[in-house]
Ligand binder design. Sequence first.
Ligand code: SF4
Length: 363
Amino acid sequence: MEGDFLRFFRNKEIVEKIVKKIEEKAKHLEIIKIMHVCGTHEWTIAHFGIRSLLPDNIKVVAGPGCPVCVTPANEIDAIANLSLEKDVIVTTFGDVFRVPGSKTSLIEAKAMGGDVRIVYSISESIEIAKKTNRKVVHFSIGFETTAPTTALEILRNPPENFSAFVTHKLIPPAMEFLLKQGCKIDGFICPGHVSTIIGARPYRSLAEAYRKPMVIAGFEPLDVIIGIFNIITQIEEGTYYVYNEYSRAVKEEGNIEALRLLNEAFEYSDSWWRGIGLIERSGLKLKSKYEKYDALKKFNMELAKEDYMPEGCKCGEVLKGEIMPEECPLFKKVCTPTHPIGPCMVSIEGACAIAYKHSIKVF
Ligand code: SF4
């Protein structure tokens, strides 16, 4: 069954036929820039060489779709500082462990004596809290995909020595921010995983307001190629709507139960996106009735009111789709996955880390 699925969605002949149609349509178009907003899409595009199949005037760029990459230095600084308090254990996902803040990373805080532990889920962090009298703080990063799990665990009333530093971010406000800023984006490939939670609806008003074609796409090469073909077709026809190519996983209304959990536990907050800036109502924070689990309040955590990027790092431009990773002067020369300078080289979902591992066409 899985074999049949992959044979279909990775079928070279079908992909080539659609590429030919894209080539035909592209002849009548200027330079078109399509942005995706998902680390897994970037991996598919790089791994299967999709950029190399496209005509020169069809560009596909990565946007702010890697949660680790957009986690700002002020949040990393704050949680790294907290880990140095002697009665505190900080838990975090592995990807964010090495991301540099403005002064230190969590791995450096651990080397300085901080108790920082890598976990695979928030529930693992809660299990640690159940076995200790110390205060356990989970660094809850991620988009709409991971936020429901945080909500679920908070609503289950974990022990009171547990709290979460909630920094969940929402993709549609970031897409709108880039459009409002006037970034050159002619269409979006909307993120598949996030869309399984939020559904197709949140994109519809964006497509309409900014007159941009959008496709919710799955993660196989054929999904992405169909998505690009649909966007090019919409541009050619002068239409702008949301096409749900990933209907095998994404419903119009999203995941009702996950959305209920989000609604119960969280409210909107303004949120910093690394390299991009402060975006209104683009984050989630715990509702005041759950403040005993809110690390920000429990520890009076102070967040710097500015963004920080290591000197010479172009992650901001990469995350806005303005440049490809290879155009950063530090790429591969100074900045590598073993010695990352910026966040986009740290995470396995980061555009720079993915570009490092694959050959990507530079424009
Ligand atoms: S290659 Fe390194 S320094 Fe350059 S943008 Fe990417 S992460 Fe930043």
